[in-house]
Design a protein around this ligand. Structure first.
Ligand SMILES: Cc1cc2nc3c(=O)[nH]c(=O)nc-3n(C[C@H](O)[C@H](O)[C@H](O)COP(=O)(O)O)c2cc1C
Length: 249
């Protein structure tokens, strides 16, 4: 039977550079002391653009990046980061936020900007039906709890996704994608010759107040960024034996 539907083809890029990637990944360290050199805005913009290319759940892009640049807010943020030296010496501080409330609007944007017209039926169904079914939680997570009961029962007969079925699980859902974007950002900074320190050592309540974040926005990391001071990395990198983490099953 011949196929009538034209399929989109995007062949794998031929220009690959594992050596450069290894240099960037292995060269990234958490830097606790930066020099006074400013981080050019165009470099930061490029790094954030690369962060925005991170893979993410259902392409719903549940993240936000706050560049804290006003002197007063920056001072307050350093304090909120417990005065950590990485924050105090950084040229830039970027707060990476996971959002649990933008998925509906982003489902709509996926349809509005879908790069192929007419939009394939499957894609339309996905954003119009599957996404609302999967992510609507309802008052007191009532929809989520109902979904949990149904999916647990269905799972006895066939594989069924088991979540997110609560507001807490939505936070986890948003954090997964947002953490990938944060890593992209840090690797991009390294590729540009700058460095970073991801920080979760901060007062979440005060940070939410500083940035006027509502309950649907979860600040997951503050990323300090700038030029590494020669003594900015405190210890050699340590990772445990791969057998501890890698399993062939
Ligand atoms: C989620 C997360 C939170 C972190 N929080 C802090 C922090 O508050 N302060 C800090 O100095 N480093 C922080 N780090 C950096 C880790 O300590 C560091 O990644 C780890 O020790 C490994 O060192 P490396 O990044 O140089 O490989 C954090 C890293 C991650 C991923």
């Amino acid at each position: 039977m011949s196929r009538t539907t034209a399929r989109y083809h995007e062949p794998a890029p031929q220009e690959n550079d594992a050596v450069a990637l290894r240099r960037v990944i292995a060269g990234r360290r958490s830097v606790r002391k930066f020099t006074d050199r400013p981080l050019p805005q165009e470099v930061l913009d490029d790094c954030i653009d690369l962060a925005l290319l991170a893979p993410n759940s259902s392409n719903l892009q549940p993240w936000a990046f706050y560049q804290v640049q006003s002197a007063a807010k920056k001072r307050a943020l350093i304090d909120i980061c417990l005065g950590q030296n990485a924050a105090a010496s950084a040229a830039e501080l970027i707060v990476v936020v996971a959002r649990t409330d933008t998925w509906r609007e982003h489902a709509r944007l996926n349809l509005e900007h879908f790069p192929i017209q007419p939009i394939p039926k499957l894609v339309q169904q996905y954003y119009r039906m599957v996404v609302p079914l999967a992510y609507t939680q309802g008052p007191l997570s009532s929809a989520g709890h109902l979904r949990r009961r149904v999916s647990r029962l269905s799972s006895r007969f066939r594989p069924v996704p088991q979540g997110p079925c609560s507001r807490e699980e939505m936070r986890l859902w948003a954090c997964k994608s947002t953490a990938l974007a944060a890593e992209n950002l840090m690797l991009a900074l390294r590729a540009h010759g700058f460095d970073s320190c991801p920080m979760e050592g901060f007062d979440e309540r005060r940070l939410a107040r500083l940035l006027d974040l509502d309950a649907h926005a979860l600040p997951i990391m503050v990323i300090a960024a700038g030029e590494r001071a020669p003594d900015g990395v405190y210890y050699p990198q340590l990772r445990f034996a791969r057998e501890r983490f890698v399993f062939k099953v």
